[in-house]
Design a protein around this ligand. Structure first.
Ligand code: C5P
Length: 403
């Protein structure tokens, strides 16, 4: 699937002969699943009629700032907020000058000023205009402000000149837009193992000890690591969640089984992330048959034995030791306890979260965490676990690359 699927792209077209190429650009963006709305300047309409883009984009073309009918359908501020990317192709020298000056004297320039979306321009003009110090200064201003400048190409021009100033071909612009939306491959070539979910410690064939871990955080981390280019093995305790695309899943039940799977995965991985809520203890004996209720017993006690600490075992390795990350779900003295665990378990990094907050932690979709390593700590504000996972993977990738 293209990274442009469902992306909301506002295509601005300013006056220039290259405007005819933008008809093909609309088609190619649409083919990749983008939702495209076109805004034309008055100059652009001298070259191509709005109807062309309307037919190709499947949406009405916007041309006027003060058109009551268009404003009633989708006002210019609404349009500015709607866009995830504003791409101006072709961007004339005049349009670049207006953008650099912050002018808003027509619909397109007003939208650029009113939008927080990424702005990209594909300059197209005569080579002398492109080389002119005024255009060079405007390009520099826009670049410093964060505008993406895609092109121009050099070659023969419509006016007969040869030199820089040709608009990039639609294919090249689509590739630029795709790479803008493609998640960065921070973990390309790396192998990552993640444990997730609870473990179930069987008492007998029908009963077990377990906890409320949903597996959401671990699954989100596995998905984010996969999107970041890693080869991911997800060792999942019993949870009813879909396997993230492209991730190898190993289902386990008890802590001993999780430990064995984790040890095998750790032999082959660069990064080990322990997000599972492993039961601390398991019944000393697991009965082969259902344990019968003893009618004369008012009390019953259960002998438990400690489970192995999976992440500590992996962090203690002398050989084949991956970069090892653990979690610390705490209800009090969160940072203090997390720092203790980081040291005790010899982890490279620990992600601490306060599970006492109502809308954070165990079974919720949101989480707020503090990431701690030996050099210090950094707080990530509350976010959806999926968004947090992206940030954590980026942070882990950064630590791994600098260690
Ligand atoms: O000690 P505590 O259970 O709070 O430590 C939490 C961290 O240790 C988590 O990363 C968890 O996945 C990991 N852990 C483990 N094996 C255990 C217990 C915890 O890997 N038996």
């Amino acid at each position: 699937m293209s990274s442009l699927a469902d992306k909301r792209i506002l295509l601005g077209i300013s006056g220039g002969i290259a405007a005819y190429k933008s008809a093909d650009l609309v088609r190619r963006l649409k083919e990749r699943g983008a939702d495209v709305r076109v805004v034309m300047t008055a100059g652009a309409q001298e070259f191509v009629r709005p109807m062309t883009y309307q037919a190709l984009s499947g949406n009405p073309v916007h041309t006027d700032l003060l058109d009551p009918a268009a404003e009633a359908a989708m006002g210019h501020i609404e349009l500015a907020k709607w866009a995830e990317l504003i791409l101006i192709a072709p961007a004339s020298a005049q349009l670049m000058a207006k953008l650099a000056a912050g002018m808003a004297d027509d619909l397109l320039t007003t939208l650029c000023l009113a939008s927080e979306a990424t702005l990209a321009i594909a300059p197209a003009m005569n080579q002398a205009m492109w080389r002119h110090p005024a255009t060079a200064a405007n390009t520099e201003t826009l670049h410093t402000r964060g505008t993406r400048i895609w092109g121009p190409d050099a070659g023969s021009q419509a006016c007969g000149d040869v030199g820089p100033g040709r608009m990039l071909e639609p294919d090249a612009l689509v590739a630029e837009a795709e790479s803008l939306f493609r998640p960065q491959q921070h973990l390309a070539g790396k192998r990552v193992a993640v444990t997730a979910g609870p473990t179930r410690e069987a008492l007998d064939p029908v009963r077990f000890l377990s906890n409320h871990s949903s597996g959401k955080m671990g699954f989100a981390l596995a998905a984010a690591a996969q999107r970041a280019g890693a080869e991911v093995t997800l060792i999942a305790g019993p949870v009813n969640r879909p396997t993230p695309p492209g991730v190898k899943r190993v289902d386990v039940i008890g802590a001993l089984e999780m430990r064995d799977a984790a040890e095998r995965a750790a032999d082959l991985c660069d990064i080990f992330i322990a997000a599972a809520a492993v039961a601390d203890f398991r019944p000393e004996k697991t009965s082969g048959q259902k344990i019968k209720k003893k009618e004369d017993h008012e009390r019953e006690s259960l002998a438990l034995v400690k489970n192995p600490d999976i992440v500590a075992g992996i962090a203690a390795r002398e050989k084949l030791r991956p970069f090892t990350v653990g979690f610390a779900a705490e209800t009090e003295k969160v940072l203090e306890h997390a720092r203790g665990k980081l040291a005790r378990k010899h982890l490279d990094l620990i992600i601490a979260n306060d599970v006492s907050a109502a809308d954070s932690g165990f079974d919720s979709d949101r989480n707020a965490v503090t990431v701690i390593d030996r050099s210090g700590s950094c707080e990530l504000p509350p976010a959806l676990k999926t968004e947090l996972a992206e940030q954590l993977i980026e942070l882990i990738a950064d630590r791994v690359s600098t260690q």
